[in-house]
Design a protein around this ligand. Sequence first.
Ligand SMILES: [Ca+2]
Length: 153
Amino acid sequence: MFNFLEATGIKVKNNIFYNNTCEDISIENLNTSTGYEFSNNNYYKADFTNNWNFKGVNYSTLGNWQGAVDFSIKDTGSIVTDPLFVSATDFHLQYGSPAKDVGTNVGLTTDYSGSHVPKGAGYEIGAYEYGTSILMGTGPAISFATGAGMTIQ
Ligand SMILES: [Ca+2]
């Protein structure tokens, strides 16, 4: 998915890597990986083999990957589990997704669909904040009147 040869300051946060047929991350940089920050990613491959490659060595567990890299932030807060997308073509998260509320603040105020983030207890990993795909249609008119309480019509 990502293959870095020679670069500095790479930041990979809040991404979902889903069932790629090659390594999710491959870093061939033989020098120090200056300024690399990886965190709060969701890696999922059905076979969990050779998910990461760092300087020519393959790693199949998140713990081994985290122990091998020389990054500034060593993929902390990341998870290895099925993110539970709505479908193969809809990358919103289902209610029970483990990617809900475990992302990190990357300075965005909206998700990929333009909805405000975060919602709930924290940021989601992935492109969409949970709860942004609900189509409400035409909602009721809500008005407030001083001293009269709330009226929903
Ligand atoms: Ca959330």
